[in-house]
Design a protein around this ligand. Structure first.
Ligand SMILES: Cc1ncc(COP(=O)(O)O)c(C=O)c1O
Length: 440
């Protein structure tokens, strides 16, 4: 390691030692965050922070105002219905109709405490529908907390990295897993955290067809709804719509977060949209745990009741107001978050001009979209080595190894917290890194 690094070498070493980290490359996201906080405090140097996926924009004003009004009206004193306030349920149903082109009755449109509660509840309920069909399949790379959810609830899971199985190749790989007969549900995010791949219509069709064939519930995580900026999904009621497996199967649950699209992460409110068919579906296995064999009933009065007895009252009003404004064409929520894609384009250029490579770079033949995340590697470095080395250059990211990716040479970079004024610093630091580590 060269000693003339952009962040004083000894200062970084000292902080690593103080945190007692055996390896920076193996540290968790939160440990990296703490290390970088400590180095920033000790040196006064600002890092290019790409480790955490948190919104970098102010929360939606429409949401905040609606929430304040609801609070003043006194809703804090009242238990909300477990399946959500009627106005919100109606707007969720309108939202999926207007921005995805799909019909779901408001009955199956539920607020959740963040999209994370939605996935927790979905894993729990789907794996109890039929004895022996108790496993979740993750189409990776993915968000590590989903696997953590399975672990804490004792739900078995399986996974594979989709990198080598794009397009038609996905069919055989999925068949291999689903034909075992133990898979109750499968989950993927689209656009994908961490790789920002977006499934093509061919791939969504394959997933939908196989879900039908093997009677598996598809959990489509739309945490980055509409944020494939290669297309304009922002016009309500007009195609193109956010692509979805819902066009190919009626056995699905959509998990839609408000954290990134509305910058509303702090209020922990998301949406779970259960297809009409699944909501009404009967499954005998449910009777082992719930008072009803109907999926929708078991989800609301069994799982959601037991988990949190519904979602906080005021954020439901916020979400209702934000969705209504979007549905009525008065609030272009995607215009606001487009900034992420524009920053990603510049940041990817800075890295690739200096010896870095984009790890996940294509959706079948199409170059990847620019968005919230991108993935990088550097010749001759493993992911762990690269994280460790970049810390000395004032750059932080996380390793793809913790996301179920087989591309362990790669890192995930998140653009949200990097401000445009930092681009000259980023460029200087990346150039210095390249200079110190010439590619042979
Ligand atoms: C793929 C994915 N799913 C779910 C979530 C969590 O969403 P929420 O904040 O609504 O719980 C995130 C947040 O980073 C995410 O990246």
């Amino acid at each position: 390691m060269k000693k003339d690094t952009p962040i004083p070498y000894e200062a970084v070493e000292e902080q690593i030692k103080q945190l007692n980290l055996s390896s920076v490359g193996k540290a968790s996201i939160r440990e990296i965050k703490r290390l970088v906080d400590n180095i920033e405090n000790a040196t006064g140097e600002r890092y290019v922070r790409m480790e955490m996926g948190i919104p970098g924009l102010p929360p939606s004003e429409i949401g905040m105002q609606a929430e304040i009004e609801a609070l003043k009206k006194g809703v804090a004193a009242i238990y909300p219905d477990i399946d959500g306030i009627p106005g919100l349920k109606k707007e969720i149903s309108r939202f999926v109709k207007l921005f995805m082109g799909i019909e779901v009755h408001s009955r199956g449109c539920l607020p959740t405490v963040g999209s994370m509660q939605g996935s927790f509840a979905a894993f729990l309920t789907t794996t109890r529908m039929q004895e022996g069909k108790d496993t979740i399949l993750f189409i990776d790379p993915g968000f590590p907390v989903h696997k953590q959810q399975c672990k804490v609830q004792g739900t078995p899971f399986d996974s594979f990295d989709v990198y080598n199985y794009r397009g038609e190749k996905l069919r055989e790989k999925l068949e291999q897993h689903l034909s075992k007969g133990n898979i109750a549900g499968m989950l993927y995010s689209n656009p994908n955290n961490p790789s920002w791949i977006c499934f093509t219509e061919t791939e969504l069709k394959i997933i939908g067809e196989l879900a039908n064939k093997y009677n598996v519930v598809v959990m489509e995580d739309l945490a980055y709804f509409g944020m494939d900026f290669r297309e304009d999904f922002s016009k309500p009621g007009e195609p193109p719509y956010q692509p979805s497996v819902a066009n190919y199967t009626d056995n699905y649950i959509l998990l839609i977060s408000s954290s990134k699209v509305f910058s509303y992460a702090g209020q922990r409110i998301g949406m779970m949209v259960i297809s009409n068919k699944l909501f009404e579906a009967k499954a005998e296995g449910l009777l082992r745990y719930y008072g009803s064999d109907k999926f929708g009933h078991a989800m609301v009065f069994g799982t959601m009741y037991a988990l949190s007895s519904g979602t906080s009252h005021t954020p439901q009003y916020a979400l209702e107001a934000m969705l209504k404004a979007a549905n009525d064409g008065e609030f272009n929520f995607l215009e606001v978050v487009k900034e992420y894609g524009e920053k990603a384009k510049i940041m990817k250029r800075i890295f690739t001009e200096n010896g870095f490579r984009i790890v996940y770079d294509k959706d079948e033949e199409k170059p990847l979209a620019d968005g919230f995340y991108f993935t990088i590697s550097y010749p001759g470095f493993s992911g762990e080595e690269l994280i460790e080395a970049l810390v000395y250059y004032g750059i932080s990211a996380i390793s793809l190894a913790i996301t179920g990716s087989e591309r362990t040479e790669g890192l995930r970079a998140c653009v949200s917290l990097v401000s445009r004024e930092q681009f000259p610093d980023l460029e200087y630091r990346v150039k210095k890194f390249h200079e110190h580590h010439p590619v042979k």
